[in-house]
Design a protein. Structure first.
Length: 254
């Protein structure tokens, strides 16, 4: 998000996304932030073979130009889905192409469709219908069947948009309940609650600088929210950290 404030959609942005998404997770040993220098294939049966390294930069240059084309005749949502296919077909990294492609799709929709935040994230839909997703990608490559691919993506957009609305409404109701339950703990406690809906993990040591208050006062506020059941200590973490289980349940469960 911060890079988008200073960069257009470009190959540098994509490399930065890759390096961030692979930091400390599966694929961290597969050249995070660097485009591949060897041939890869998709599927255990080598069902799809992306462009060889010798043609990779050429394909990426065309992709970058399409990202920044000013005269596209396509609806911005459809255009984002078309470019998602193009990115996955190029498969520019050794690992993590799916993760980067889904985040990039979300950012494209956010910018091109004028959303206030990247509310639409297609990962859950693509994972739930993974076989259909892969089959539809392959149908574009082998038969030029763009219609089936676009219909599939638009179906996913409806599903994920409805899911996002439901979760946002549930989070709004949860915030109202937290405020009621916090009662007259303190003005800062209400501010801490609001901040939880941006970052649902808090450390007492962070609060004195933010509000500002003394450490004992910040500790008292946090422990009061623990007593109310709004916060819960994360075990075996130092310095101590607390999270809002209610927020996690709404945000990350089916």
């Amino acid at each position: 998000m911060s890079l988008l404030a200073s960069l257009p959609f470009c190959l540098r942005l994509i490399r930065e996304l890759h390096a961030t998404l692979l930091n400390g997770v599966r694929g961290k040993d597969k050249a995070p932030g660097d485009f591949r220098k060897c041939q890869v294939h998709i599927g255990s049966d080598r069902r799809f073979v992306p462009p060889p390294p010798s043609r990779l930069q050429e394909c990426l240059d065309v992709f970058e130009k399409e990202l920044n084309r000013a005269d596209s005749n396509y609806d911005p949502l459809v255009r984002a889905c078309l470019l998602h296919y193009q990115f996955e077909a190029i498969h520019p990294f050794m690992d993590g192409n799916g993760r980067v492609g889904r985040v990039l799709l979300s950012l494209l929709v956010y910018k091109w469709c004028g959303l206030t935040m990247p509310w639409l994230y297609m990962s859950a839909f693509f994972e739930k219908y993974k076989d259909e997703y892969i089959d539809n990608l392959f149908r574009v490559s082998t038969k030029g069947d763009w219609e089936t691919w676009i219909v599939f993506c638009l179906r996913g957009t409806i599903t994920q948009a409805e899911d996002a609305i439901r979760r946002c409404d549930a989070l709004r109701q949860l915030r109202e309940r937290f405020i009621r339950e916090a009662g007259k703990v303190s003005v800062r406690a209400h501010a801490i609650i609001d901040d939880l809906f941006t970052s649902p993990v808090v450390r007492i040591s962070q609060l004195p600088k933010k509000y500002p208050v003394t450490y004992p006062t910040a500790k008292a506020d946090v422990l009061a929210l623990v007593e109310k059941g709004i916060l819960q200590e994360i075990p075996d973490v130092r310095p101590k950290a607390y999270f809002a289980p209610g927020i996690f349940e709404i945000a990350y469960t089916e």
